[in-house]
Design a protein around this ligand. Structure first.
Ligand code: KIV
Length: 263
């Protein structure tokens, strides 16, 4: 069983999100190193427009499902909006629940100046923390959209400083989302913990995508994402075939049917 400390030793890290046991099992068997139970579940599978309505209970329940589907991959629970940053003991309870009750290997915090001390405290308590800088979607109401971050010298310096502060506070890895590739490369060079990029170019120590985007299940995906399959198309075709078979009466056929002779 890998630990957070094993990440990024010899080759790029492949990380994906997962929100249920069956996709976690498939991703784990395919060799994914880290499964993030992302609060992106809000948009990806729960039908919300943003990640903001996602609750601690939703992340907890889905973290347990992902853990049950996995043999090898590291499972990281993504702490939802306002589950941290308001009250320290509440944050520790919420993060600890993912480890103690659901079996996660670590938690992720959308990070900023307010998460440096919390990262240190959680790490001291034995809760591995993945930091997340750049585009942090829980700030959508301040950002006004999902645009690239760190595009000015000042903003880039702030990300670099916060990256170092979170490494110093004990974070075991850092997600860099939607930042210029040269900024991600500079941060990666500067840190000794692994960086995992999404829309951050090729020079991070690993990459992460939202699973439903990567397999082609989402109806929309950001331009920095790549669709490696057409699961939406496959699923639509399978369901259409099913509906047709039921409505024309060809399903269930003899091979799907059992008759008890003595009745
Ligand atoms: O919630 C999520 O899926 C994430 C990744 C995009 C890093 O935070």
């Amino acid at each position: 069983m890998p630990t957070a400390q094993d990440l990024g030793d010899d080759r790029p890290i492949a990380m994906l999100t997962a929100y249920d046991a069956v996709t976690a099992e498939i991703a784990d068997a395919a060799g994914v190193d880290v499964l993030l139970v992302g609060d992106s579940m809000g948009n990806a599978v729960l039908g919300y427009d943003t990640t903001l309505p996602v609750t601690v209970d939703e992340v907890a329940s889905r973290t347990g499902a992902v853990v049950r589907g996995v043999d090898d991959a590291l499972v990281v629970a993504d702490m939802p909006f306002l589950s941290f940053g308001v009250d320290e003991s509440e944050a520790i309870k919420n993060c600890g629940r993912m480890i103690q009750e659901e079996g996660a290997d670590g938690i992720k915090l959308e990070s900023g100046p307010h998460t440096v001390a919390l990262t240190e405290r959680l790490t001291q308590l034995g809760i591995p923390v993945m930091a997340h800088l750049g585009l942090t979607p829980q700030r959508i109401n301040q950002l006004g959209g999902y645009s690239r971050q760190g595009t000015t010298r000042e903003a880039a310096d702030e990300i670099r400083d916060l990256a170092v502060a979170h490494e110093d506070a004990g974070a075991f890895a850092l997600v860099l989302e939607h930042v210029p590739a040269n900024l991600a490369a500079a941060v990666t060079e500067e840190l000794s913990i692994p960086t995992i990029g999404i829309g951050a170019g090729p020079d991070c120590d690993g990459q992460v995508l939202v699973l439903t985007d990567a397999v082609g299940l989402s109806d929309w995906a950001p331009s920095f994402s790549k669709q490696f399959g057409d699961v939406r198309g496959e699923m639509a075709a399978a369901v259409e075939d099913y509906v047709e078979a039921v409505t024309e009466g060809s399903f269930p056929a003899d091979e799907h049917t059992y008759v008890e002779e003595d009745l």
